[in-house]
Design a protein around this ligand. Structure first.
Ligand code: LLP
Length: 384
């Protein structure tokens, strides 16, 4: 499945993106969505320019959280009118960039932000299309660091305030209120969590209509669909059928209302692999350490979220001879550990080690700590 012979010639660590799988993933999304459903790829998951270009070419929109991401999305060919822009702390220059580009919508996270967007838009003689991001206070069964839809999280505007905030927005000459935005968290595998979000949205829409607020054009339900980190081979593409069906069955859209999604991990996660080389095997009476040349600077998810990434030795001599290792990186931090007590074929210096399901929040979260160089990204096309 991997072009291992060609990998052997490359400097490690590097990211490898299986673009055939990426295209298949995008195709399955298309096959499971209707005309009124619009998917904006969450650029934060992976902003490798060539990956962005593929997703743009396939007709998807972009979900951005910074001016830099808007620039990257525009450069990759995403049309401005398919770009949505969220974030609790938008700087003035970032808002101005969005206004100049003419993006589809600012997902506004507070009243002070709404006021600034209104002012900046008026200064430019423009009208900003905005959606209000609502904190639905829905818990998701995922890691605490990646839940976003609870009242204790910093995101969005309190649901109880909506009537007032919408009235405020409607009165502002520099903004045009176009929709409601939600997002409950990431790496969510329980469809019931998304169904719970639908229930909240239904209740809110009923409430708003009772208050005389009609004709909301767009409902944006955010992203969050998870991937199978344990068995990437068995589930290379997430269950989009179940995901979109959950919304079809549970969300009561009003006539003409458009439904927007912001999927990141579900699009880019499974197609990416971090490839590294074994530097040393070191043993003491209680442990075998497999020290690789990739570290938390290249893939921070295990250190930050205790995340599991399936590890494969691509060049082991003997597949049957299993040994238990702690797989660790070279960074001067005790948390620079990919996994502890992991059984894999006997490993030796020079073997290539693959960290699977690393396409989302992998390369993009890499850092230069310890003055390390950032990992290169290669695509299937580079090995044909
Ligand atoms: N929309 C909003 C408003 C978001 O905050 C996020 C992710 C997404 C969409 C995309 O979510 P996805 O479909 O990828 O689950 N670094 C963490 C994940 C952080 C997610 C932040 N927000 C990780 O490595 O697990």
């Amino acid at each position: 499945m991997f072009p291992t012979e060609q990998f052997k010639k490359l400097r490690t660590p590097f990211y490898y993106y299986d673009t055939e799988l990426l295209r298949r993933t995008l195709r399955e999304i298309r096959e499971n969505t209707d005309e009124h459903m619009h998917v904006h790829y969450a650029v934060k998951a992976c902003a490798n320019p060539r990956i962005l270009s593929i997703i743009a070419q396939e007709g998807f929109g972009a979900d951005c959280v910074s001016g830099g991401e808007i620039q990257a999305a525009l450069q990759a060919g995403f049309p401005a009118d398919k770009i949505v822009y969220a974030g609790v702390g938008k700087s003035d220059w970032e808002i101005e960039l969005g206004l100049d580009a003419g993006i589809f919508a600012f997902n506004v996270e507070s009243v002070p932000e709404l006021e600034i967007i209104n002012t900046l838009a008026q200064q430019k003689g423009k009208v900003a299309r905005i959606a209000l991001r609502i904190n639905p206070n829905v818990g998701a069964h995922t890691h605490a660091n990646i839940t976003t839809g609870l009242a204790e999280n910093k995101f969005g505007i309190d649901m109880q305030e909506m009537e007032n905030v919408i009235a405020l927005a409607i009165d502002m000459p520099g903004v045009c209120f176009t929709g409601l935005h939600f997002h409950i968290g990431s790496q969510i595998l329980e469809m019931d969590d998304f169904a719970a979000l639908c229930t909240r949205i239904n209740e809110l829409q009923d409430r708003l209509e009772a208050a005389g607020i009609h004709g909301i054009e767009n409902i944006n339900v955010g992203g969050g669909l998870g991937i199978d980190y344990k068995q990437p081979e068995l589930h290379p593409v997430p269950d989009f059928h179940a995901y979109f069906k959950t919304y079809r069955q549970n969300l009561q859209l009003r006539p003409g209302q458009q439904l927007h999604f912001e999927l990141g991990r579900a699009i880019a996660g499974q197609c990416g692999t971090l490839v590294s080389r074994v530097l040393y095997i070191k043993s003491n009476p209680i442990k075998n350490f497999c020290i690789v040349d990739a570290g938390m600077t290249d893939l921070i998810r295990p250190a930050l979220y205790n995340a599991y990434h399936h590890i494969e030795n691509l060049t082991a001599e003997d597949d049957k001879d299993f040994v238990t290792y702690d797989v660790v990186g070279p960074i001067c931090e005790s948390s620079d550990v990919f996994i502890k007590n992991y059984g894999m074929p006997r490993t030796s210096r020079g073997n290539l080690i693959a960290f699977r399901s690393a396409g989302a929040y992998g390369e993009i979260m890499a850092s230069g700590y310890n003055c390390r160089t950032l990992p290169q990204g290669y695509l299937t096309e580079d090995f044909l």
